[in-house]
Write a new protein. Structure first.
Length: 417
């Protein structure tokens, strides 16, 4: 892992051409050129149409003529005597070490490696003389510029956690995210924090279980190193979370008020889902939401409602920022929604019939969801028990807005057991 991180890092010896790659290729390019400032003293346009274009830019021509250096004469030795006055002494043959140095191929520079990874772009004949469609080389270059910018300035990037791999024989778990064609790997210890209590489980097993539950989640990361030979980058999610916490939990507006506070409604990412609830990330802090706090409906399995990668609205119920390294928050998705029982008395009148869908069946009865918002508790029909998802007709018996309950009787069911 250290080999990849050490390949391209801030402070390493990066070619001047790489330092100048700060303009993005895109629709404003024309005639098959990529607009890039390479600090070469020229117009900054790099043709990318042929193999010869992958070579580094030539040095600028010298403005002042340099004086020729005097030729060095080889000193004659006592043993190097000529056979006659007309013969000249033969020069010594080059040594084996000098021959190897002359024949050894040069290591390609970082600039050449990055140019090779970007690839060449074919000349595109545009409709109106100005190309508006990006080529594959344009997109790859822009993705690489995102990586370099994150590496140098700690810019936060986002991606979907799409794969879980093991590193060689060590079996170290790594999360895999793709930024375009660039593969970003995040070691397990840079992806999640281990819980304080692991219930006698090994560290490796705990990491594996936590990462498996987060597959498909949207996560932030900061690039720590780039390997241009293989098109691989190494990132850290924990570094990105620390930066997010500093920005949002301790950042203030123009009036000096915190950006996040108790009672605020914010957008959260669902990162892990189990039957009893979900874990969400709220600007660098993970929080648990029990299934009863996800919706006003009667739901026993949170996986029916959400999956990793979803974004939901939550309300911050409690917030403790006294410790910078361990901010604690409690959030609720149900409290961020309008209470449907406030308008239930106007929508549903006792004695009338309404259509609903069976959501849950247990010993208490049948919970029928009316218009996807409220559950009406009905007794089990005498002719059979309706299946979850079945369409039924319900006659409302009572609406209690104080207790937030609706009772009814099923008069017709499409499918019963």
């Amino acid at each position: 892992m250290s080999e990849i991180i050490d390949t391209v890092q801030p402070g390493n010896d990066v070619s001047p051409e790489l330092e100048g790659m700060d303009q993005r290729a895109g629709p404003d390019t024309s005639e098959g050129y990529l607009q890039t400032d390479l600090n070469t003293g020229q117009d900054g346009r790099i043709p990318i149409e042929g193999p010869a274009d992958l070579e580094e830019p030539e040095a600028a021509p010298q403005t002042e003529a340099e004086e020729p250096k005097p030729k060095r004469r080889r000193r004659k030795t006592a043993t190097a005597e000529t056979q006659s006055d007309t013969e000249t002494p033969a020069e010594a043959a080059p040594s084996a070490e000098d021959a190897e140095e002359e024949e050894a191929p040069k290591e390609p520079s970082t600039y050449q490696k990055l140019r090779s990874f970007i690839g060449t772009s074919e000349r595109v004949i545009s409709i109106d003389g100005r190309r508006t469609v990006e080529t594959a080389a344009d997109r790859t270059k822009n993705d690489l510029l995102d990586m370099l910018e994150s590496l140098k300035s700690k810019r936060i990037l986002s991606g979907t956690f799409t794969g879980l791999e093991e590193q060689g024989t060590s079996g170290r778990n790594m999360a895999v995210i793709y930024h375009g064609n660039i593969k970003v790997i995040i070691p397990a210890d840079e992806m999640v924090d281990l819980p304080e209590e692991m219930e006698d489980r090994s560290e490796r097993s705990t990491y594996n279980d936590m990462l498996l539950r987060r597959l498909g989640a949207e996560v932030d990361y900061i690039v720590k190193g780039i390997d241009p030979d293989n098109g691989i980058a190494v990132g850290s999610r924990l570094d990105a979370m620390r930066a997010k916490r500093k920005q949002f939990y301790y950042g203030t507006d123009r009036e000096g008020n915190y950006l996040l506070y108790t009672g605020a409604v914010v957008e959260a990412r669902v990162v892990s889902v189990v039957r009893s609830g979900v874990f969400v990330e709220v600007f660098g802090v993970e929080s648990w939401i029990a299934v009863k706090d996800l919706t006003y409906r009667r739901v026993m399995d949170a996986t029916i409602l959400h999956q990793p990668g979803d974004r939901i609205l939550v309300r911050i119920m409690e917030l403790d920022r006294s410790h910078r390294d361990s901010i604690q928050i409690e959030v609720s998705a149900k409290e961020a929604m309008p209470n449907p029982f406030e308008r239930a008395a106007r929508r549903y009148v006792a004695g009338n019939k309404y259509v609903g869908v069976v959501g849950h069946v247990d010993v208490n009865g049948v919970f029928v969801t009316l218009e996807g918002e409220l559950d009406c508790l009905c007794g089990l029909p005498k002719r059979g028990r309706p299946l979850p998802g079945a369409r039924v007709t319900v006659r409302v018996v009572e609406v209690d807005t104080e207790q937030q309950r609706i009772w009814g009787v099923i008069t017709h069911a499409s499918t019963v057991l």
